[in-house]
Design a protein around this ligand. Structure first.
Ligand code: FMN
Length: 352
């Protein structure tokens, strides 16, 4: 049965206009990425994982992740940590920041996170994981969702036991990336497990992993019964993949690619400040300009340039028509109207 990706659905009381969700990705899911994802068809976007310890210690960079622009909604902010009271406090901050959904990370496989008792390691501690979910659900009226892997060990089916417990503890949606933590990103996402999870819970399940095309999205939705698909790596430097999944296949011109990249750069400078943005953006040059769109040496040349201004000049020299496309994009974009947290130090809003 064909599933209509344009059909709305909901998590708790939050309406989501399409069945396409943009994945949370650390080092990627900045505001520019999320706003672009919404423009290209994602019905829900997510922040990257935000450290609960960082929130507790009022770490400036961490608090910066809680900045929400008016045109991002609906937006989930994802938190990770291991202690229920700290997670509850972080959930209240996420709510104050203006998020629509609080997402909890039980999927991160990175050692630095799992050894602190957070991320995917919580799949081995179902009682504790359930305590975290119920502490968060009690702390905020926002719907709580959980993103998880299949388990920590290869071949694990732990998500099928843990998932329903998390729902009983108050999770109103589950996202499953059906690889083990040990697998990291190797092998394939086994969405037959997603189908099993769907059959075990009453809440909507989001399928994450290896969704790279409309055909794949349709197949996973139809065979798993998931409420939505989540797209991560395929959308890096390639928002047109989201449009293709939504049914509007477009092969962007060089001018459009450069204009989207320039817009992304300008927004990222505004969000992170020039200094941080300079390093942060380097990986995006390859993502945007690759896929046969520009010759490889061009990307290498951009990465070597010391300032963002020089990258802009070089990009516009390579595709002069991009200036006009960029002007149109900028004029169509609503002004950034950020929700300010009056309990946060004002300085975090200064750096752009
Ligand atoms: C660079 C990178 C960073 C990621 N960071 C997060 C994160 O912060 N939180 C999370 O839940 N998942 C994170 N993920 C996992 C993705 O959300 C997604 O589940 C995974 O990449 C599989 O989907 P894909 O095949 O569409 O990329 C990350 C993945 C990548 C590649």
């Amino acid at each position: 049965m064909q599933v209509d990706l344009n059909e709305g659905w909901a998590i708790g009381g939050v309406s989501i206009p399409t069945r396409l969700v943009l994945a949370p990705m650390a080092g990627v899911s900045v505001q520019a990425f999320r706003r672009q994802g919404r423009r290209f068809g994602a019905g829900l976007v997510c922040s990257e994982m935000v450290s609960v310890a960082g929130i507790q210690h009022r770490n400036e960079r961490t608090l910066g992740y809680l900045r929400v622009a008016a045109d991002e909604h609906p937006l989930a902010i994802q938190i990770f940590g291991s202690e229920p009271p700290a997670m509850a406090e972080a959930a209240r901050m996420v709510e104050a920041a203006g998020a629509d959904i609080v997402d909890i990370n039980f999927g991160c496989p990175v050692k630095k996170v799992t050894k602190s008792g957070a991320g995917a390691s919580l799949l081995d501690e179902p009682d504790h994981a359930a305590r975290i979910v119920s502490a968060v659900a009690e702390a905020t009226p926002l719907p709580v969702s959980v993103k998880m892997r299949r388990g920590t060990a290869d071949g694990s089916r732990d998500c099928l036991a843990v998932g329903p417990r998390l729902v009983a503890a108050g999770a109103q949606s589950l996202t499953l990336h059906p690889r083990s933590a040990k697998q990291m990103y190797t092998g394939v996402a086994d969405h037959s497990l997603t189908a099993e999870l769907v059959s075990l819970v009453e809440v909507p399940v989001i399928a994450s992993g290896d969704i790279t095309s409309r055909a794949r999205a349709q197949a996973v939705l139809a065979t798993s019964g998931a409420a939505a698909v989540m797209v991560g790596r395929a959308a890096q430097g390639n928002p047109w993949a989201l449009a293709e999944i939504m049914g509007t296949s477009v092969d962007p011109s060089r001018e459009e690619v450069v204009a989207e990249l320039l817009l992304f750069m300008r927004e990222t400078v505004r969000e992170l400040g020039e200094h941080r943005a300079t390093g942060f953006l380097k990986k995006f040059y390859g993502w945007y300009l690759g896929r046969g769109r520009f010759p490889k040496p061009f990307k290498q040349e951009l990465v070597m340039l010391p300032t963002i201004e020089e990258v802009e000049t070089r990009l516009l020299a390579a595709a002069p028509g991009a200036r006009e496309v960029l002007e149109r994009l900028e004029s169509e974009l609503p002004e950034v109207d950020e929700v300010l947290l009056d309990s946060l130090p004002i300085s975090i809003y200064g750096g752009g």
